[in-house]
Design a protein around this ligand. Structure first.
Ligand code: SF4
Length: 128
């Protein structure tokens, strides 16, 4: 039986989750999968609690909580990350179309959509 610690980890509100799947790709460690039409953290040891998935959820179903869980397992996550890289699909900035291969992208919510914006277009969004 694994020892648990109290730590930050992603919480998914099943009532709010519409099963869109947008949170699956941003989770580099593969902790989130869709099960029966709902997002779930299937293996606590794969969730590092960083919360990069939170910004893409259109319904607010994703939050962070402090609770007892097994520690984040970096080695196990690296295996998942390596597997995901074989299915890598570059995302693009919704403003200028730049690929994440050329410039870092950040998740952004706009007009009801969850999408990506590059670091060159972000200042214009902030400052108008
Ligand atoms: S992004 Fe939100 S609504 Fe969509 S599957 Fe993930 S938790 Fe559910």
């Amino acid at each position: 039986m694994s020892t648990t610690i109290t730590r930050q980890i992603v919480r998914i509100d099943e009532e709010l989750c519409n099963g869109c799947g947008l949170c699956v790709s941003p989770c580099a460690e593969g902790a989130i999968v869709l099960v029966d039409g709902k997002a779930r953290v299937v293996r606590d040891e794969l969730c590092d609690g960083a919360g990069f998935c939170l910004g893409v959820c259109p319904t607010g179903a994703l939050t962070l909580e402090m609770r007892d869980a097994v520690p984040f397992d970096h080695a196990a996550a690296e295996v998942i990350v390596a597997e995901k890289k074989t299915n890598y699909i570059a995302q693009h900035c919704y403003k200028c179309g730049t690929s994440e291969d050329d410039r870092p992208l950040l998740p952004v919510r706009t007009a009801g959509d969850s999408t990506w914006v590059c670091t060159r277009c972000l200042p214009a969004l902030i400052h108008g």
